[in-house]
Ligand binder design. Structure first.
Ligand SMILES: [Zn+2]
Length: 214
């Protein structure tokens, strides 16, 4: 099974995919992680990409997918694949199609987590991040065991600068503008599933496994 997950920042998409990895043995494949991991290895394309995103600029689609083609070799082809936000721009749709085709796979579902502006603001204002392993915690929905410190590595948690209400509002508006043509394409293909991202993690997870027939 191949599922592409997408949603605005704060919609909990990573948390949902992590649950699928843990309970259903999915491979989690995301371009954000790809950029970080390949950059850490000193990959020349990743260094070029870093020049864009470190300045808040969009990495060109060709460069992203050139890297993605190599990065995807790291994943077990016999497992289900959960892609996270690997199509962020309409221009990436044919590149993603191409990549799946080369791997003899087809996209079964595009799951979009829908979140209101107000809910996104609330989520992100209470969000804490581990600067070392990048796990996120939430005061209301997913608190850490030892207050203020990462469960996994013990590092002191920080609040990200772009989690403020003003930043969140402008990010959500920008997001809605870019996502619409992407959703339209996958809606036309009949693979789009929209899931309300406002209930609890457990409720959303139940809905995810229901729609995926797991
Ligand atoms: Zn940590």
């Amino acid at each position: 099974m191949n599922v592409l997950f997408h949603g605005p920042s704060g919609s909990g998409k990573d948390t949902q995919v992590d649950l699928l990895v843990k309970k259903y043995d999915f491979e989690k494949i995301g371009t954000g992680e790809m950029f970080r991991k390949m950059y850490a290895k000193g990959d020349p394309d990743a260094i070029e990409a870093h020049g864009y995103y470190s300045k808040g600029r969009f990495v060109p689609n060709d460069l992203t997918y050139k890297m993605f083609e190599r990065y995807i070799e790291n994943f077990d082809p016999k497992k289900n694949w959960a892609f996270v936000s690997v199509v962020r721009d309409v221009g990436q749709i044919p590149l993603f199609d191409n990549l799946l085709e080369k791997k003899n796979r087809t996209l079964d579902y595009f799951i979009h987590f829908v979140l209101s502006e107000e809910m996104a603001i609330e989520r992100r204002a209470l969000r804490w991040t581990c600067p070392k392993c990048e796990i996120t915690y939430h005061e209301k929905y997913k608190p850490e065991k030892n207050k203020g410190y990462c469960d996994k590595c013990g590092t002191k948690l920080i609040q990200r600068e772009d989690d403020t209400p003003e930043k969140t509002r402008s990010l959500i508006r920008e997001y809605n503008k870019t996502i619409e043509p992407i959703l339209e394409e996958y809606r036309n293909r009949g693979v789009l599933i929209e899931i309300d991202a406002s209930p609890t993690i457990e409720e959303i997870h139940k809905e995810v496994i229901r729609v995926l027939n797991l």
